[in-house]
Design a protein around this ligand. Structure first.
Ligand code: PLP
Length: 437
């Protein structure tokens, strides 16, 4: 990567903060992908954000395509959510006791997500997936799970096996520190490969508790399920008594009001949620069939707890967000239109420039992969030209577009983006492609 690509804007305050951060925080960041390692250069430090814009410590303005990795589906600083949070704060920050808001958000989630009959709130997507496989294990009395190569389900030990997102960005899809015993209980299959799943199931009969996947993957970049893939997994799980867990931490309340499961017409046994469900506050949830969820303590024997679980401020933000989405179906029409417009613009630029890169897009999620080949699984995602992505990333950043700093991430659109913003992104994309090729 040519250094002149980096930070054509004045980012001197961010540089100083990053230098200082590295003295006190491992790698200078609290979550690895934020460090920009995959794209070169140093991260920008964010001061504030409003609507479709995010502002760094040096006062530069960028159009937002990360949106906190998904939660800010209505853009930043939505007034209803801000009001709900400031109202809730008047009643104190945390009680560690049951509250009315927890009941209300649970009732709302059950009404919005077709397969969820009972739900438990936690503090992050990682907690949700860890807890979901524990209850699946408790329910089935089996130990093993199946996950897909390149899917990311948070940083729980069982999932850091052939993991996507930051784990693959940093070359550690199998993390040191995960014991062999745990790793041996996680079986992996290639995404979109039903036959491979069937073979794993045949070879491990009566031993597999759960199969977990992102129904649309965001964490190897955006990758869509092939026709029949999700239905095939449902059939295999039914035949073998395996708990099917859809990890909708990214796709929940984004790909439709009821998530990917509603969009693709598939009914999981358990669902994991995060991101949007907290409206920007730290929240996760897992839920599903009452028969399975009733294994969770104190209804049943599978232990799972949390000092701050169901935190009243987070519940106020999440409840307001979900209520808004529930009452405004036009949000999803707007997001579909925005995604289609962006995709059409990107495709027409590539055609004009004679470039053959692969754009995967569904609704308000997309990734431009720097490979001419279809991207349907982890190997095809990894065949992308990663240094070229790094140049593209900086060419976009220099044009005021703030994207996920890795080829293995999905971009997230928000309803705060107007047609004018989308046109600016399309124009920046075309200029960036000209600059880097
Ligand atoms: N599952 C999926 C599909 C995710 O995308 C993520 C995070 O990006 C997680 C789980 C983990 O969520 P969290 O980062 O809140 O722990």
């Amino acid at each position: 990567i040519i250094p002149t690509f980096f930070n054509r804007m004045n980012t001197s305050t961010s540089q100083q903060l990053f230098a200082k951060a590295q003295n006190y925080i491992p790698g200078g960041v609290n979550s690895p992908v934020r460090a920009f390692r995959a794209v070169g250069g140093n991260p920008i430090f964010i001061k504030s954000a409003k609507g479709p814009y995010i502002y760094d410590e040096d006062g530069n303005e960028y159009i937002e395509l990360i949106n906190s990795w998904g939660p800010m589906i209505l853009g930043h600083g939505h007034e209803l959510i801000q009001k709900a949070v400031s109202d809730a704060i008047q009643d104190s920050f945390s009680f560690g006791a049951p509250t009315r808001r927890e009941v209300e958000i649970a009732e709302l989630i059950v009404s919005m997500v077709p397969s969820i009959e009972k739900v438990r709130m936690v503090n992050s997507g990682t907690e949700a997936t860890m807890s979901a496989i524990r209850v699946a294990r408790g329910y089935t009395g089996r130990d093993k799970i199946i996950k897909f190569e390149g899917c990311y389900h948070g940083h729980g030990d069982s999932f850091l096996i052939a993991a996507g997102s930051g784990a693959v960005t940093f070359g550690t899809p199998d993390s040191p520190g995960v014991t062999k015993g745990v790793a041996n209980d996680t079986l992996t299959a290639p995404y979109n490969d039903l036959e491979a799943v069937q073979q794993l199931v045949d070879a491990n009969r009566g031993q597999i508790a759960a199969l977990i996947l992102e129904p649309v993957v965001g964490n190897m970049g955006c990758v869509l399920p092939k026709e029949g893939f999700l239905q095939g997994l449902r059939r295999i799980c039914d035949e073998e008594g395996i708990v099917l867990i859809l990890d909708e931490v990214m796709t929940g309340f984004r790909l439709s009001k009821g998530g990917a499961q509603e969009r693709f017409g598939i009914t999981p046994d358990l669902t994991t949620l995060g991101k949007i469900i907290g409206g920007g506050m730290p929240v996760g949830a897992y839920g599903g069939k009452a028969e399975i969820m009733n294994y969770v303590s104190p209804a049943g024997p599978v232990y799972q707890a949390g000092t701050l679980s169901g935190n009243p401020i987070a519940m106020a933000a999440g409840y307001t967000m979900l209520t808004y989405l529930n009452e405004h179906p036009e949000v999803y029409t707007q997001l579909e239109n925005a995604g289609s417009k962006l995709a059409a613009g990107f495709r027409s630029s590539m055609e004009k420039l004679g470039l053959r890169y692969t754009l995967n897009q569904i609704g308000s999620m997309y990734t431009l992969f720097f490979t001419p080949d279809a991207v349907t699984d982890f190997p095809s995602a990894k065949s992308s030209d990663l240094p070229l992505f790094g140049k593209y990333f900086h060419a976009m950043l220099n044009r005021g577009i703030y994207m996920g700093p890795s080829q293995f991430e999905a971009m997230f659109l928000s309803t705060a983006l107007t047609d004018a913003h989308l046109e600016r992104i399309i124009a920046a994309n075309e200029e960036a492609l000209v600059e880097i090729t």
